[in-house]
Design a protein around this ligand. Sequence first.
Ligand SMILES: Nc1ncnc2c1ncn2[C@@H]1O[C@H](COP(=O)(O)OP(=O)(O)OP(=O)(O)O)[C@@H](O)[C@H]1O
Ligand SMILES: [Mg+2]
Length: 497
Amino acid sequence: MNDISKSFSGVKVLDKVSLKIKPGEVHALMGENGAGKSTLMKILMGIYKSDSGSILLNGEAINITSPKDAISKGISMIHQELNPVLDMEVSENIFVGRELLKTGFEKLKIVDKSAMREETAKLFQSMNISINPKSITRRLSVAEMQLVEIVKAISLKSNIIIMDEPTSAITEKEVDVLFTQIEQLKNKGVAIIYISHKMDEIFKIADSITVLRDGVLAGTGDSKDFTRDKLISLMVGREIKEVYPKENAEIKETLLEIQDLCRGKRVNHVSFQLHSGEVLGIAGLVGSGRSELVETIFGIQPAVSGRILVKGKEVRIKHPKEAIAHKMAMITEDRKRTGLNLKSTVEQNISLVSIRKLAKYGIIDKKKEGTAAEQYIESLKIKTHSKKTPVISLSGGNQQKVVLAKWLLDEPEIIIFDEPTRGIDVGAKRDIYTLIGKLAKQGKGILVISSEMPEVMGISDRILVMSEGTIAGELKRDEFTQEAIMNFASARGGKII
Ligand SMILES: Nc1ncnc2c1ncn2[C@@H]1O[C@H](COP(=O)(O)OP(=O)(O)OP(=O)(O)O)[C@@H](O)[C@H]1O
Ligand SMILES: [Mg+2]
């Protein structure tokens, strides 16, 4: 890609960016949230048209007019924002746009469902993934959907595969599955463009690296020639140390107590306490019941039995609005489905939970709403053209910050974070860790689910490890090691999906 430029409504988001990819290499594309990574890749995929610049494939100038066109030219993409058709079954999603037809009936275009299921099963088997090809996609977890997207892109047999944050929702074991696949693809000469905010991954698999900063090429070269610090300073334009700014807040009274909570197999007799000033991590493999547990506490899927006590008093939570009334907040893992109203503006999304407080006699005080939004845009450094920008046009990481702002504005006391830094760059991650520390210092109780071991170990005071719907173990800060967590996580035969 040569000198690619692109503006959205007059704002330049890519300025003469060039990118060179060789066969058989993993080329990492790095940069802060909003740097322009996804936009550059969407141009390569024919989703957006560049304003200027050219694309050459094997030395020949080409014009990519649509994703279908890109695929026919041997380019496919795993999207950052997952886009499966939720009401179709898994196998139909894998073969969407290139459905297998019944042999002998090609002219009639009769889709061969069982052949597609069979092929999907084979693909899954070859990659050690045990998802049922017949499952309705809606029923899958975010991690499972991400795996389906990965399998789909690989099965297209492209020469160039773009992976836009492919591991944002999956756990370490599944990442290994993906990396094995990447290794095999490389051996076949397939080039991979790999976008991730996870430094460890980059240094593990990237052969070369290109860094974007604010839509401009900040650096490119062999990954051997980059150190972590160099990479970070290229991305953010300043030095940031990649450590966890853990502050020790005073841990005080019990804010939340869970007693023998049950809901089906995934929430199985769970008991624990969360204290004021405490950051309590919840670790575990995908499918261990972490999200289900917090969804039960928050009333999204109410408990079947057990008790929830807030500040020592038993409460009834059958719906999120009851949880909110008890000063709880929950930042869900899937911002697109459950965190945001994508078509509304940044401002409207931020005020969503606190709308009553911002209104007088049932009418929203626009000025108050605007001021609140501006405050959070500034304090969380949300990169947006204005507060009136539709949230859908923000980069992934900045959308996540809008979700945070929405909840913080409501001034909750018990805050549940489900994968809080999914898709967030190093600088912003640090901001969020600092924020979590600050909230703890203010006496709030914080529950954090995280699949990233260094993260959960870096920010928690205590970690509960879940396996098969129950708490398999508890670790205090001085007992944290990756091994100890993994041991508990697989204690009850936890397996990859
Ligand atoms: N469809 C769009 N309309 C308007 N602005 C857009 C659109 N898509 C992206 N942008 C803007 O372009 C800039 C680059 O966004 P992009 O999604 O490429 O960032 P990114 O590097 O992928 O970030 P992230 O790491 O958060 O995913 C952002 O400022 C974003 O708000
Ligand atoms: Mg992106």
